[in-house]
Design a protein around this ligand. Structure first.
Ligand code: URP
Ligand code: ZN
Ligand code: ZN
Ligand code: ZN
Length: 460
């Protein structure tokens, strides 16, 4: 099977030119001007952008969490991702405290295998690091191609690890060539503030926000950065939201230390005023919470300063019925919101179209850096000969409106209802197959592959 894409504006993290792409089977086999190959299918991309398939390295599909499950399965979540130009996601396995990493991996395989439409991989969240877990780190890296390990400094009593476990895990992960990811907020401070607010009868969603002030994130980020400096383990802060936390990373650059930073699309474009309504604010109850307008400006600038390396989503959808679990108590509202389908178009529209970032920066933070940081480059994340033919053909001028009525995520509301975007995903190829065309998905459940990842470094 071969496909020739003609006359598109090809964009990578470093280049931008008009050309053709020739695809044989799953990979790109030629790039150039006026390519004269016989192909089974020819796609005219005149007037369109072509960029690498998006990679969202932070999603939660079918995840047991806060007494329920996130509502997108591997099928619905990866399909919705494809509709939005994201050809690969990295999901999180959660170890159950007292049990092995291996048993958690088997449980996640049970839900994912044969079900994904788009490609996927796993991070392993270590919630209980001890003498039994230690040898499993090497196993995950060497045998399973799972090379990143997530830790939570929050969710006390459920997922949180203490600093002793964190430092031990970092030493082991470093030794075997892995990377440590962190949800960096101070779990003890948050736990105290949550209980205090509940005791005072403060039960509305806004108290979720007020129980996780900026200092809880800044403090934990600083502690994490210091621990990675001490151990020498490559580090990656997930869903960073605010100026105080980014300053911890900025300070580390003064000693020539680099910690990777991910923010999420919602922290760039939504702010905490959304919590100032009654229970409706539950739609945006997530951890960390939305912040201030000043933090949005800091994050956009951080992208251009090279401090923020990745824009993900932390896609973790729940039906309204599930959000209602917290109608009388903000601490029982399942944390998370749906976004995997909207990330690329929102980032293009709010970032590139509005002049905040360049087109190449867009590709860098949405496609290329996730592939580089997580050990998949150049198979994924770029357009070059030999890369997987994961491509997005994008109309930079088409305007449309986001809505739960038209999205493909398995959830009955949108965090972006009525949002006008400029730029639309038109055609998506995944490993050489046309996966999305004319608003239709042309690949079946089971087409998505688990991608084994390589060892990583702290340089990209
Ligand atoms: O609110 C969130 N972020 N839910 C998903 C779990 C996490 O902390 O990433
Ligand atoms: Zn070891
Ligand atoms: Zn988190
Ligand atoms: Zn998350």
């Amino acid at each position: 099977m071969s496909i020739l894409i003609k006359n598109g504006n090809i964009v990578t993290a470093s280049e931008n030119f008009i050309g053709d792409i020739f695809i044989e089977n799953e990979t790109i086999s030629a790039i150039g001007k006026n390519l004269k190959y016989e192909a089974d299918e020819v796609i005219d991309a005149s007037g369109k952008l072509i960029f690498p398939g998006g990679i969202d390295p932070h999603v939660h599909l079918d995840m047991p969490f806060m007494g329920t499950f996130s509502s997108d399965s591997y099928e619905t979540g990866t399909r919705a991702a494809l509709f939005g130009g994201t050809t690969m996601v990295i999901d999180f396995i959660l170890q159950t405290q007292g049990k092995s990493l291996r048993s958690a991996l088997e449980e996640w395989k049970g839900r994912s295998e044969g079900n994904a439409v788009g490609d996927y991989s796993f991070h392993m969240a270590v919630t209980d690091y001890n003498d039994n877990t230690k040898p499993e780190i090497r196993e995950m890296i060497e045998e399973e191609g799972i090379t990143s390990f997530k830790t939570f400094m929050a969710y006390k009593g459920a997922l949180m690890v203490d600093d002793r476990q964190m430092v031990g895990l970092m030493e082991e992960v470093k030794q075997h060539g892995g990377l440590i990811n962190v949800h960096a907020t101070n779990g003890d401070m948050i736990d105290y503030l949550v209980q205090k607010n509940r005791n005072e009868g403060n039960r509305a969603p806004i108290y979720h926000y007020l129980s996780q002030p900026e200092v809880t994130e800044a403090e934990a980020s600083e502690r994490f950065v210091d621990m990675t400096n001490f151990t020498g383990c490559p580090g990656y802060i997930v869903h960073l939201t605010c100026e105080g936390a980014l300053n911890a990373v900025r300070n580390a650059t003064r000693r020539n230390q680099h910690v990777f930073v991910e923010t999420c699309i919602q922290y760039l474009i939504l702010d905490a005023s959304l919590y100032e309504q009654d229970f409706e604010g539950a739609k945006w109850v997530m951890s960390p919470p939305l912040r201030e307008k000043k933090d949005q400006e800091t994050l956009w600038a951080g992208i251009n300063q090279g401090l923020v390396n990745v824009v993900a989503t932390d896609h973790c959808p729940f039906f309204w019925e599930q959000k209602l679990m917290g109608i009388d108590d903000f601490s029982k509202i399942p944390n998370g919101h749906p976004a995997v389908e909207n990330r690329m178009e929102l980032l293009y529209s709010e970032g590139v179209h509005k002049g905040r970032i360049t087109l190449s920066k867009f590709v860098e933070v949405a496609c290329t850096n996730p592939a580089k940081i997580f050990g998949m480059y150049p198979k994924k994340g770029t357009i070059c000969i030999g890369s997987d033919a994961d491509l997005v053909i994008f109309d930079p001028n088409e305007k449309h409106t986001l809505s739960a009525k038209t999205h493909h995520m398995n959830v009955d509301y949108s965090g972006y209802e009525g949002w006008e975007v400029t730029g639309k995903v038109k055609t998506v190829l995944l490993r050489g197959k046309v996966a999305i065309s004319n608003n239709e998905c042309l690949v079946e459940k089971g087409y998505g592959q688990f991608i084994k990842r390589n060892k990583v470094s702290d340089k990209i």
